[in-house]
Design a protein around this ligand. Structure first.
Ligand SMILES: Cc1ncc(COP(=O)(O)O)c(C=O)c1O
Length: 457
């Protein structure tokens, strides 16, 4: 028996909209034809009923298993590894705590993130402090707590040197190295390898009476689908490490950054994620043997700083259809209660969208239609996706937008709508890990000067 969610007395003038029968396209089975009714043992309907719509849902099982498979892939191939989770990807305390329970270190790029890591109980010596803006007081605290500080510029080097002088002791630092690998040149962070700056920065640290060079760091891009680019990076970073070793420098760590792709699909990507996204084993095969073959013993600690590859798939967004309409093109537009305020990564990625209920799915005849998914922001740019093939939907239908754990919560904004709750699901249990925002909460920091409170005559 098919359950249909109707609003009362619903009427829509009939229109001719192209439907297609069948659930395949040229690349095979259309995932969006099949409903996603349950998340980790909890029915989606029940989640929306209890917590409202829209709603962010984190799967604890997925998060833990992602960490475990990444750690396993690298630790089987290299003797000493640590996975430092990139906080900027999603610094919800519940999310970070799960990863820390699994053994993750923290990689932070601001004093603000550093404080979150400390508050969650991460010891200073398990925090990697990167990024172009590290304020002197933030650096001083990080250094005194034994954090790994990777220098981003000569200006920062000078600040750390001054702090070291004040502290009256040698301060260990890493040097962030940027380079070109394949088509990628992210040369605005750290020191460039190809133009000699990286080596000069290392020499400058080595010449300093108060600094000690203990590590090299690189982060060459994001959503890198080609493990071969990591091989190139390992060769270049390993080459610099080898050169330093020949000068008698023993590095404590080599940090290869993040950038590992998640199961998402870029808008201009032809192959869906199931085929295009490499496994952790493929990445580890590109990095570990390359370093082992190049570096002298004892090998430095190998650090990774994954973000999206750990959290993207662990989170989905539940959203409801507000209205449907016929567009001038003859296509159907579907307005949702969540837009780019909650899913800024829709600009880059074609997130997987599924219907939460059974209506209109292959079990109900297999009819599909192409729709444009819009958000509620009353802004033309508020588009979640163009031309999504879905079973026909109506007001009230719930959609599950999958693989949205990376860079959405942290970049989401309160543009005309407060942000919804976040719940954690695990084996049939549900816990709220962030309450929905309220108008009062959002206005809490505002102050109205007294003179504005008196009404004009
Ligand atoms: C220094 C550094 N490390 C790690 C990451 C995580 O990247 P990703 O989410 O692509 O793994 C970032 C993100 O930009 C970064 O800047």
């Amino acid at each position: 028996m098919v359950k249909v969610r109707h609003q009362r007395a619903f009427y829509e003038k009939p229109a001719i909209v192209k439907h297609s029968v069948g659930t395949n396209n040229r690349l095979g089975r259309l995932a969006s034809a099949f409903p996603h009714t349950v998340i980790d043992g909890v029915p989606v309907d029940e989640l929306v009923h209890r917590y409202g719509s829209p709603l962010w849902v984190v799967s604890e099982i997925t998060l833990r298993s992602k960490y475990q498979s990444m750690y396993r892939a690298f630790s089987l191939r290299y003797p000493r590894v640590a996975v430092a989770y990139s906080y900027k990807t999603n610094y919800l305390s519940g999310v970070c705590s799960i990863l820390h329970q699994e053994g993750a270190w923290a990689e932070v790029v601001s004093g603000f993130e550093y404080e979150i890591a400390l508050a969650l109980g991460v010891p200073g010596d398990k925090i990697i402090f990167n990024g172009p803006l590290k304020r002197p007081e933030e650096l001083a605290r990080a250094i005194s707590q034994g954090a790994m500080v990777n220098l981003d510029s000569y200006d920062e080097l000078a600040v750390v040197e001054q702090l070291a002088e004040k502290m009256g002791r040698a301060v260990p630092v890493g040097v962030r190295v940027n380079m070109t690998v394949g088509p990628l040149t992210w040369d605005r962070f750290g020191f460039n390898l190809e133009n000699g700056q990286a080596l000069q920065a290392c020499q400058r640290v080595l010449a300093s009476p108060t600094l000690k060079l203990v590590g090299l760091h690189a982060h060459v891009g994001t959503f890198i689908l080609d493990p071969g680019l990591y091989r190139q990076m390992a060769e270049k970073l390993g080459g610099l490490a080898r050169y330093l070793a020949d000068l008698g420098v023993t590095l404590e760590y080599l940090d290869v950054g993040g950038g590992f792709a998640s199961h998402n699909t870029l808008h201009d990507q032809w192959m869906p994620a199931e085929y295009a996204t490499p496994s952790f084993e493929q990445y580890a095969d590109a990095i570990c043997p390359t370093l082992i073959n190049m570096l002298p013993q004892p090998l430095p600690l190998l650090l990774m700083e994954p973000g999206r590859a750990l959290v993207d798939e662990s989170m989905c967004l539940l959203t409801s259809v507000v209205s449907t309409k016929l567009l001038s093109s003859g296509q159907k537009g579907v307005v949702l209660d969540a837009g780019i305020n909650l899913l800024p990564t829709s600009v880059w990625y074609r997130h997987e969208v599924r219907l939460a209920g059974e209506t209109g799915t292959p079990t109900d005849g297999g009819v599909m239609e192409e729709v444009n998914l819009y958000g509620p922001l009353c802004m033309n740019i508020d588009v979640i996706q163009f031309r999504t093939a879905l079973p026909p939907v109506r007001r009230g239908a719930v959609l599950v937008i999958k693989n949205v754990g990376a860079y959405n919560f942290t970049q989401s904004m309160q543009f005309i709508q407060p942000r919804p709750a976040v719940v954690l699901v695990n084996g049939g249990e549900v816990e709220c890990i962030r309450a929905p925002e309220t108008t009062a909460y959002l206005r809490e920091l505002e102050r109205i000067p007294q003179r504005l409170l008196t009404k004009p005559a």
